[in-house]
Ligand binder design. Sequence first.
Ligand code: TRP
Length: 354
Amino acid sequence: MSDASTGAANPHLAQYAAKGLKGRILSGVQPTGNLHLGNYLGAIRNFARLQGDYECLYCVVDLHAITQPQDPKQLAAQTREIAAAFLAAGVDGQKQIIFAQSTVPEHAQLAWIFNCVARVGWMNRMTQFKEKAGKDRENASLGLYAYPALMAADILIYKATHVPVGEDQKQHLELTRDIAIKFNNDFAAPDFFPVTEPLIFGAATRVMSLRDGTKKMSKSDASDYSRINLTDDADAIAQKIRRAKTDPLPMPETPDDAEKRPDADNLLGIYAALADREKDDIVGEFAGRQFSEFKAELTELAVAKLGPIGAEMQRLMKDPGHVDAVLRDGAQRARALAGPILDDVYKTVGFLKP
Ligand code: TRP
């Protein structure tokens, strides 16, 4: 991680260092469909781990969700579900800030300004837009195109110094950095926004489909057997792992061998991530053994690690009063941070005060 490179040179870090912290984190998760193991290992699990070292804001990005059509009733339920997942994974809603993006209007207000800072040429390079828009690009929403500028606003409305990112969001964070630099230059406001650093996590940030080890685990895959949902019970987890695709050989003998066999490699990566161990270690432990034995142990591990989280999510969602209170309190505290920063931005841009 990049503490060393940012150190004293970054004027935004001093206020956190004074409190014994490394910086301020913002991250967001979209409320679009069930959370699965990939979301957990790639993002949400890390959210809990970062909270001792950073001041953390975790946002359910409902404004991002509507860049593609959403059912309004489901959107509300899914927003609560993501917040419940943050809590169930161990994020402390009192020490950190958990909130829904749309309840802090400063995100959208800053996003407009960033729409005017970012260049069309930059947006045209965004691979996620190309993937999501698909062949019928003319019919994609304008919001989907502007999505990365809103993401930059999510981060910079708090002057967040760090963002934990998986592989798929690296390009968007790069754009966020470009926007910060251009804003600071255009308005002759050196260091106004920090140039936010990525925090990259190691093993299993990429969890692949259980039906095809070359495809990412995804909530949009037609087969539910392709993923383990965070709310799956022990039986469902066991069934999905039993049915997970493998090849006819015994377990890989070496890390090199594993790498050439994507289905095996994926399961080994999942085991390593859940056990918090190195994948090479796991390869060694199971080398040459039968997949059935490995799968039985993987099931036991997955049920032990995920079971309590799923159960806690179910409990929280049955009585959403607590989740709603956390979100309400989070929104207030987030606004208290975002408001003064937006005021400064408006002044810098030359907007009159009402
Ligand atoms: N674009 C992210 C995703 O699809 C979600 C997101 C929105 C986000 N705003 C963010 C992630 C800010 C990190 C920081 O996964």
